[in-house]
Design a protein around this ligand. Sequence first.
Ligand code: NIG
Ligand code: FE
Length: 405
Amino acid sequence: MTSLLIDNLAQYASPVAPAPARGSALREVEVVTGAAIAIVDGRIAACGPRDQVLRDHGDLPVHDAGGCAAIPGLVDCHTHAAFGGDRAGEFDLRSQGAGYEQIHAAGGGIAASVRDTRAAAADGTLGPLLDRHLAWMAAAGTTTAEVKSGYGLDRDTELAMLDAAAAGHPIEVAPTFLGAHAVGPEWDDADDYLTFVIKRVMPQAAVRAEAADVFLERGAFDRDQAERYLRAAAGHGLVLRLHADQFSQAGGVGLAIELGARSVDHLEATGPEGVAALAASDVAAVMLPACVIMLDLPRPPARELADAGAIVALATDFNPGSAFCHSLPLVMSLACMQLGMSPAEALVACTVNAAWVLRRGDRLGRIAAGYDGDVVLLDSDDWRHAAYHLGGPAVAGVIKAGRRL
Ligand code: NIG
Ligand code: FE
């Protein structure tokens, strides 16, 4: 555990409300100018105007921020960062008109990443590949990330993905079991595959993962199949999450609410009933604007969800197919430019609300006393550059639990 005084900040910006911030709280960001942040044993002991902070904490080792702005460490609550290979060839084909679902149906897409990830797990390179991806994310300001399995679809590789996620990393990682990402290539029948996953993989996956996730979509799993998988996961004490309404409305929002899921993610196809239902629930709406732009999908109803009072979060969806994007600042930019969110809303959505999705909302996502000492230093004296600087480099330095990365 490390102690550090971050001194000489032009300003820091932090969500005001504790997690989950919804309604007017989604817009509330406090900006403290001429500030300092004292981190003692990895936690924020004091923050505010520098005179006040220095009074009690002037003896800590100092990091001179040189007049830049700071925001809380960013939390990426939806990633598929453990994968082998890439899908640059598919990107090339899609740029010339091929469809994502068409490539998936023809045996590419997720199945291609399953082949490459199984090979990487077998030859011992999956861990180093995840480390490389986490280093990209950390350099862009991510201090905590979820990492899903789901490119193994067999017992050994699914568990290897979760083990790679759970291994020690410079940033904090929350592993999620996505055994129901697609039907494993060895299986003809989705129900038979799910029986295998639930009986033979889930008991050991549940020891390694915090949450379970399912891809509820035409061409993947239907509502009944998703319900069977998620109920089994709940029986193992896993938090429930869903990929739903990406291409079609197939009952995912209703199922998420019925089962008390933590989040439903994607929502590009969600209509007004889904918005109203989510706003009246405690299920977070996680939106993934890098996937929206990379697949040229309709925009999810972010403005409507925010205005109706839903718990709104943002994430990269970092994966080799639909969102080869590791950067939450870029996601914040896209949320402002494409989803009608303000920089303040985007900040709240990928800090304290994303931390809430990962059940870390009591200690991550705010610059406030008692929270973890996770801070992003920006290459500007105005915190809004995190969203404004399209493609960056918006980030000048990253501090995790008081330690400079
Ligand atoms: O969230 N939609 C399902 N899963 C991922 C994409 C996976 C892939 O294309 O490899 C997503 O977009
Ligand atoms: Fe995803």
